[in-house]
Ligand binder design. Structure first.
Ligand SMILES: [Zn+2]
Length: 175
């Protein structure tokens, strides 16, 4: 199904992380040093970092506030903010490389923002479903798939902008 360009453009511009109940309200962030005891993400200087060296350095300190980071909390409670569904016969033949591309994007994303990551990958018959912690990452995965492999991509934003559903499909046309 073709998506009108306006819809796609609209969806692109209107994804906000605001109003995400998993994030502390503005100005009420965590105390100075917190570490997620699940994924080892470190919170300091008002930002999360997923960095082995930083974790090793900070985890030795006293007065650490051990927490579960918002991304791990979402994963545990299975509350994704984005869902990307991959469909079509092209997927079957190129699954490995497509999944590598998506995993690379996840690595890249986590490095810049540990709260923006893939939560879970579900295989359902000939379809693959990717759950993400942010709507933006789901949108990003849709856009890199389109760029790398063409096909059709559709973005469906929930009206409160907290959730996005993305569907990418490419079929191999037999000639
Ligand atoms: Zn975590």
């Amino acid at each position: 199904m073709k998506v009108p360009r306006e819809v796609e453009k609209h969806a692109r511009n209107k994804v906000y992380a605001e109003n995400d109940p998993y994030l502390p309200p503005k100005g009420k962030g965590l105390v100075a040093l917190s570490i997620c005891n699940n994924c080892k993400a470190v919170y300091h200087n008002k930002k999360w970092f997923l960095d082995k060296k930083l974790y090793e350095e900070k985890s030795k300190l006293k007065d650490i506030n051990w927490v579960i980071c918002p991304a791990c909390k979402k994963t545990k409670e299975n509350v994704p903010s984005g869902v990307v569904t991959l469909k079509g016969s092209f997927l079957k033949q190129h699954k490995q490389e497509i999944m590598n591309l998506i995993r690379n994007e996840d690595e890249h994303s986590k490095k810049y923002n540990p709260l923006k990551r893939i939560m879970k990958i579900n295989e359902k018959g000939n379809e693959i479903e990717i759950l993400t912690t942010t709507a933006k990452l789901a949108q990003r995965i849709g856009s890199i798939l389109k760029k790398a492999y063409s096909g059709e991509v559709e973005y469906k934003k929930h009206e409160n902008a907290k959730f996005m559903r993305v569907e990418w499909r490419r079929d191999i046309i037999e000639t």
